[in-house]
Design a protein around this ligand. Sequence first.
Ligand code: AMP
Length: 226
Amino acid sequence: MVPGARLVVLGKQGAGKGTQCVRLSHHYVVPHVSTGDMLRAAVKQGTPLGRKAKVQMDRGELLGDDLIMEMVADRLGESDVRARGFVLDGCPRTVHQAEQLAELLSPIDLDLAVDIEVPTSQVLRRLAARRVCTDCGANYSVSSPPLINWTCDVCGGEVVQRKDDTEEAISRRLELYERQTAPLIEWYRTRQQLESVTGTGSPDTVTRRIVKVIEERRDRKSGRPV
Ligand code: AMP
């Protein structure tokens, strides 16, 4: 049987987090828990949460820690997560969220937080070219569009540019990342829960690098020779 996993994936917007999280969730057969996707679904359905979130999301601002962690606590309490684990994408975004997450997960901690490192110049290029499915969140780009007419290959939904992938919102999100999210990397490092992985190269190459650090970490924990 494939063992489950309890993973957090960190990285700047456009580092390929979403793509790698989907791949990791298939590899370890665990749910992909994306706070961004959950919020976009709430906006689309017009729920009270979605109405509250929309303006800040469109501007590229972070939502309040309590609102996010309540949503994450609900999701992590569901049976699929409890049975197999999770790949958490887009959360934590602040040290406060990381502290709340550690509390939520106690007594079984994370396996690992993986930081995908990509230079800012490359991230800016990727974000400007990124297109996403409004239904299932699948990622495309101007250079690798869906097969037919901006219709999602996976679910048939409409593929568009995200409202927060404008130049202005992108620079706000990257600035926020440096200020609020980058300290998380240090937070996980001091707890010896962090591995950094180079995010440049093909998606396959990056997935192989991530799986390798996860497996090496597991082998070290179990005392097997690496
Ligand atoms: P993402 O798809 O992860 O880039 O998230 C899209 C937007 O959702 C962000 O720009 C924030 O407005 C909001 N969001 C997602 N996750 C979080 C989080 N953990 N904390 C605060 N805001 C979040």
